[in-house]
Design a protein around this ligand. Sequence first.
Ligand SMILES: Cc1ncc(COP(=O)(O)O)c(C=O)c1O
Length: 383
Amino acid sequence: MQLAQSLQAIKPSYIREILSVANSADVISLAGGLPDGDHFPLALMEQSIQRLSSRAELFQYGSTAGYGPLLDYFRECYQLPKEQDALVCTGSQQGLDLIARVFLDAGDKVVMEAPSYLGALQVFGLAQASIESIQQRADGPDLQELEQCFANKTIKMFYAVPDFHNPTGVCWSLEVRQKVAQLCQQYNVALIEDAPYRELRFSGTELPLVSSFCPEHSIVLRSYSKIATPGIRLGLVSGPKAWVSALERVKQGADLHSSQPMQAVLLDLLQHDDFPNHLNNLRELYRKRCQYLANQLIEKLPNNCQFEQVEGGMFIWLQLPDCDVDSLAKQMLNVGVAVVPSSVFYQSTAGKQSAFRLNFTNACDSDLALAVERLAQVLEAVK
Ligand SMILES: Cc1ncc(COP(=O)(O)O)c(C=O)c1O
C-alpha cells in the first residue's frame, strides 16, 4: 500500500539511527533526552501501584478529559482560571499531535525558533504545515525577526519551549516573555508553550509562563516524563475552554483516554509528602552533572568549541567550528560516544549552526569525562 503524501515528505530520522546503537553497552550515550532511570521515584509510587489491584474501577473505560481527581488537582495546582480547561494526554507529545490535527490545515504557517525540538518538527511536518524559522538568541527568539514575521505573514501559531529549550537549553528572559506575549496578542497568533523542563530549574530564579501574559491566546503543554517517569506517558494540555474541547473531540478518536491506572498513580505521586524532596534531589543531581560536564568541556576542548551555561533542563548545546556535524557524530559513534548533531534540529539549511546536543542527565561523571576525552580526540584528529 502506498504511503500517504504527508508521510512521503518526512525524511527517515537520523536520530533514530543514532539512538538504535546508543543503547548498546559499549556506547556512552549523551544522545537521548532521557531522565536518569536510577532516580525514578519508584519507591514513592510503590504503595500506589500495589493498591491498584483493589481498585477495579480504574481499569474500566474512563473519561476522555482525564481521571477526575487528577484534573481537580491540576486545576488547583496550576490555578487554572474558570475560562480555561485541561486535558490529560498520553505524554505531552500527544498534546502536540492533537494541536496540529485540530488547528492546522496544510500550508498553515507555524513559527518556531531555530534550532527546534525534533518531535515538534515531525508533528508539524506530518500536518503539512509551513514552518517559519526564527533565530534563537541567548535570551529567547530574535524579537525583531519575530515581529517582522508576524507582521508580514499570516501566522497561525508560535510553538515555543521557553524554559530550557530542547536542544539548546536556552531560557527566555522576563522581557522576552512579556514582549512575545504582547506580539501574540497584537497579531492574533496562538502561542503553544511547551514546558516539559520547567520543573528542572537548578539555578537562577523561576520566571512566569509566557502564557500567563496572554492566557486567552495560549495553550500550555506540560509533561510528567521528566519529573515522574516517561514510561507512564502522561502530559497535560491547558488553554481556553473552546480550544481544549476541540482537542478532546480529536483525542476521543485517537485513543479514547490516557491510562487511568497510571493517572491515579501519578496523582498519588504528586501528592506524596516526599515528592518535593524527590524533585529537589533530582534538580541537585542534574545541577552537579551539568556543572561536571561543563567543567570537562572547558578543560578538555579547544577554545573554538563554545557553549552557554544553562540553568536547568537536560542539555548543553556545544557549538563547534564550521564542520560536517553528521560525519563528526558518526566518528564519535566509532569511538563509542553517541551525540546528536545539530543538523537534525533545523527545518532548512538557513542559519544552521555546527553543534552537538549533549545530554547530561543520564550519564555518570566518569562516563561524562570519558565522553569529553573522546570528543577532544576526535576534534584533534579532524583539525
Ligand atoms: C520540548 C519537548 N516537548 C515534548 C516532549 C515530549 O514529552 P512527553 O514524554 O511528555 O511526550 C519532549 C521530550 O523530550 C520535549 O523535549
